[in-house]
Design a protein around this ligand. Structure first.
Ligand SMILES: [Zn+2]
Length: 412
């Protein structure tokens, strides 16, 4: 098994409050074998002199869509699955180039793309998948036009491939089981209206309590969990009572809903950048006025939701939810959160909290011994300057995933 011994770096371990010098770190195979403040002995390790740079865990984005390659989602109707997949190749490569060594897809990505990365057919981050996002008729994942009657074929374009409509306890059960049969790591359900869907009011309540409970029951039975798309306190509260584990977006959360989430041990996956980027640029890509109006309803709540959750002790993970052409903005979320949070809190959201979301706290988002060797070497100290994580990974001298170099600028 290959060994690498990292020396001469500043250690950014998210469980500590500050950066620390004087450590050495040994990688063996895909794992961090040892981290020590004393010299580590190894006869066969390749020594890597980090030149005083900062070593930190690879980043985790807990809300992405690798198959939603169009900002105006309706355009996905004319994207065949071959083109959808080809575009995803570039999208996932961009993510790992920016230092995201793990991403969690919350609707669309299937086991095929996950397997393609795991087997090395394409280059990308570790991928956790939901399969199709499940919602009710007329809800956030109902991709039909008003003029469509009946259901559509589910196999021929990128829009119907990524979304699923089901109504009533029996159908929701079947849909959740179906996603898990196809390898889903978590089940995604729709609890409130959304921005990018044209016909559902943002404040609409979508799955009923019984339907949400059915999804949770099946996910739990299979050893999985449910994540729910929800903006309003009503939708978040219903999801919490149904046993949902993570709330996606949550922009309009209030103190009572946050308190309930804390009591239930839930996590918020916020994604501010999606709303800012849509406001700035989605018009260029054909997003309609109705959708942009809904975007305005939630953009103001975004920063406030972080403050409310911080006060209520609800962990908040780093998410982006950027569609297609806007995915290049993935790292700007760091900057946006800096308005209300400290750099270490933001780094934790994209490391240790993300690891908690995917239930791999010992293996991801940390540099402790036993974790996967998913690491970044940063030219500078991100706790002093978060903008080092911008610019498509330009300030990352080294990116390692599972002990393999994705990038290494230290060897020439
Ligand atoms: Zn999403």
């Amino acid at each position: 098994m290959s060994q690498y011994l990292f020396k001469n770096f500043q250690l950014l371990e998210p469980s500590l409050d500050e950066i620390r010098g004087g450590y050495e770190l040994l990688v063996e195979g895909d794992t961090i074998r040892e981290v020590s403040d004393k010299p580590i002995k190894s006869d066969r390790a390749t020594v890597i002199d980090c030149g005083g740079r900062t070593l930190m865990p690879g980043l985790i984005d807990s809300h992405v869509h690798v198959f939603l390659s169009e900002v105006y989602i309706r355009n996905l109707e004319s994207v065949p699955l071959t083109l959808m997949t080809a575009r995803a190749v570039g999208l996932v490569k961009g993510m790992i180039d920016r230092g995201f060594t793990t991403v969690r897809d919350t609707g669309g990505a299937d086991w095929g793309i996950k397997e393609s990365i795991e087997k090395g057919h394409i280059v990308g981050p570790r991928l956790f998948i939901a399969g199709q996002a499940i919602g009710p008729t007329g809800g956030h994942s109902d991709s039909r036009r008003r003029t469509d009657y009946g259901m559509r074929c589910h196999c021929c374009n990128a829009m119907s491939f990524t979304m699923c409509v089901s109504d009533g306890v029996t159908e929701v059960r079947r849909a959740a089981r179906e996603q898990m049969r196809q390898g889903a790591d978590h089940v995604k359900i729709m609890m409130s209206g959304g921005v990018a869907s044209p016909y559902d009011p943002l404040t609409s309540l979508q799955f009923s309590m019984e339907e949400a409970r059915a999804a949770v029951e099946e996910a739990t039975a299979f050893g999985r969990y449910v994540c729910a798309h929800a903006y309003t306190p009503e939708a978040i509260t219903r999801a919490a009572h149904a046993g949902v584990r993570t709330i996606e977006h949550g922009n309009l959360i209030d103190e009572a809903a946050a308190k309930l989430m804390a009591e239930k041990g839930m996590i918020l996956v916020a994604n501010l950048i999606a709303y800012y980027a849509m406001k700035e640029r989605a018009g260029e890509f054909g997003m309609t006025g109705d959708m942009l109006e809904k975007n305005d309803m939630v953009i103001d709540g975004a920063l406030r939701s972080l403050e409310i959750c911080k006060k209520a002790n609800v962990p908040v993970a780093y998410g982006t939810d950027l569609l297609g052409q806007l995915q290049v903005e993935q790292s700007r979320e760091f900057q946006l959160r800096a308005e209300v949070l400290t750099p270490i809190e933001i780094i934790r959201s994209a490391t240790s909290v993300g690891a908690k979301v995917v239930r791999m706290e010992d293996k991801l988002g940390t540099l402790r011994a036993g974790a996967f060797a998913d690491m970044l070497l940063v030219n500078g100290n991100p706790l002093k300057d978060l903008s080092l994580l911008q610019h498509q990974g330009r300030n990352l001298a080294l990116i390692m995933k599972a002990g393999q170099f994705h990038k290494n600028e230290l060897v020439h």
